[in-house]
Design a protein around this ligand. Structure first.
Ligand code: AR6
Length: 170
């Protein structure tokens, strides 16, 4: 069975879902954008678990394109799945890494038994990925993924992002 894809315009930290995906960086120790918002609203429990991951499995940081789960702290979710998007480059095609973020996040979600997963538009902020291309990669990848997740929700911060994803879902 394939997952239902839904779109919401808003702040991902206000979502209720089994898992909320964070557009993190390799350090797992926080940053701006979605990452900053998740740590602010989710509280210190998330960062504590991230620090433990850095002290154990991910001493060198979480590689680009991979995903790992922690508690969701005070968010209305059971888990935060941290994934590291690629920085956009005009010289090098890094699309496979961006696709990997979505695929790996869903794989982690499946391992946890999550049924609803909320994604931001990974790499489209600080990491500079053009929104339309990012929307294409995101939608194609989750459509092609084998997953037991029932709802994949894209949570888009602004109208332009929402429109780009909506155009791909039609
Ligand atoms: N809810 C939903 N979407 C949001 C929110 C929010 N609260 N805040 C921003 N966006 P970004 P990246 C949108 O920069 O490009 C951090 O410093 C935003 O408009 O959060 O993957 C990390 O620590 C954009 O469309 O993630 C990394 O260092 C999209 O979410 C780096 O940024 C992603 O923007 C990761 O950069």
């Amino acid at each position: 069975m394939s997952a239902t894809l839904t779109l919401v315009r808003g702040d991902i930290t206000r979502q209720s879902a089994d898992a909320i995906v964070n557009a993190a960086n390799s350090s797992l120790l926080g940053g701006g954008g979605v990452d900053g918002a998740i740590h602010r609203r989710g509280g210190p429990a998330i960062l504590e678990e991230c620090r433990r991951l850095r002290a154990s499995r991910y001493g060198g940081g979480l590689p680009t394109g991979r995903a790992v789960a922690t508690t969701a702290g005070d968010l209305d979710a059971r888990w935060v799945i941290h994934t590291v998007g690629p920085v956009f480059s005009r010289e090098e095609d890094r699309s496979a890494l961006l696709a990997s973020c979505y695929r790996e996040s869903l794989r982690v979600a499946d391992g946890l038994g999550a049924r609803t997963v909320a994604f931001p538009a990974v790499s489209t902020g600080v990491y500079g990925w053009p929104m339309e291309d990012a929307a294409r990669i995101a939608v194609e990848t989750v459509r092609g993924a084998e997953t037991a997740v029932e709802e994949i929700r894209f949570v888009l911060f602004d109208e332009q992002a929402y429109a780009a994803f909506a155009a791909r879902l039609r």
